[in-house]
Design a protein around this ligand. Structure first.
Ligand code: DGI
Ligand code: FE
Ligand code: FE
Length: 183
C-alpha cells in the first residue's frame, strides 16, 4: 500500500477543505522531517493520515467507545479528542497499518502526550503551522519549529490552552498534564 493510494482514500473520506489542510500538513511535515533528520516518507504518511477520522460520525465514535477500549474520560469529550485517539484505530483497521510509531503520532496529534517521539512532535507542530493557518500567534511557532522543535510544541500547547480557556471549552486532562509537565 503506497502513499498515493492512501492519499486518494483519504480524499474520498474527508471534506474538500479538510483534504486541502491535510495536504498542507503533509508538505510541512516533509519540511520538518528534513530539518530534524526524520524519515521524510514516514512523516508524510503520518501527516496524510492524521485527520482521516475527522468526518467520522459521532454515532460511530460512540459505538467504539461503548466497546470499552478507551478510558472513561473520553465519553465527556467529542470529535476533537476522538478523531485522533480513536481515529488511529480506525486507520489501523482500514489500511492494515500496525506501525505503532505512525499510529501514536495520529493519536497524539491534538492533545500531545507526556512523552512524545520526534514523529509525534513533527505531526503535532506541522498541523498547527501549516501554511493555511493565519493566526498571528502561529508566526512565532512557525519560526521556532525550525530552530527548537520542543519550544514550538510548548508554544502550541500554551496557545491551544489559552484558546480553549477563552472559548470556555473543557481542557482534556492529558492536554493539561502535558502542558503542566512542560512548563
Ligand atoms: O483536526 P485539526 O482541526 O486540524 O486540529 P487538531 O486536531 O489539533 O484540533 C482539533 C480541535 O480540538 C481544535 O478545535 C482544538 C480542539 N482541542 C485541542 N485540545 C483540546 C481541544 N478541545 C477540547 N475540548 N479539549 C482539549 O484539550
Ligand atoms: Fe486533527
Ligand atoms: Fe489537522
Amino acid at each position: 500500500m503506497n502513499i498515493d493510494y492512501i492519499t486518494r482514500e483519504v480524499e474520498a473520506e474527508v471534506n474538500p477543505k479538510r483534504f486541502a489542510h491535510i495536504l498542507r500538513v503533509e508538505e510541512m511535515a516533509r519540511r520538518l522531517a528534513v530539518r530534524w533528520n526524520y524519515d521524510e516518507e514516514r512523516a508524510a504518511l503520518a501527516a496524510v493520515l492524521h485527520d482521516y477520522a475527522k468526518d467520522v460520525s459521532d454515532e460511530e465514535f460512540r459505538r467504539r467507545l461503548k466497546r470499552g477500549d478507551y478510558p472513561e474520560v473520553f465519553k465527556d469529550y467529542g470529535n476533537e479528542i476522538w478523531h485522533g485517539w480513536i481515529g488511529a484505530d480506525i486507520v489501523a483497521e482500514k489500511f492494515d497499518i500496525h506501525d505503532e510509531e505512525i499510529l501514536n503520532a495520529i493519536r497524539r496529534h491534538t492533545t500531545g502526550d507526556t512523552t512524545m517521539t520526534l514523529l509525534d512532535k513533527i505531526i503535532f507542530v506541522a498541523d498547527y503551522i501549516e501554511e493555511g493557518r493565519d493566526l498571528p500567534e502561529v508566526e512565532e511557532a512557525r519560526r521556532l519549529a525550525f530552530v527548537d522543535l520542543d519550544a514550538a510544541v510548548q508554544l502550541e500547547l500554551a496557545n491551544t490552552i489559552n484558546f480553549l480557556n477563552k472559548k470556555g471549552a473543557r481542557i482534556f486532562p492529558l492536554t493539561q498534564e502535558v502542558f503542566d509537565g512542560k512548563r
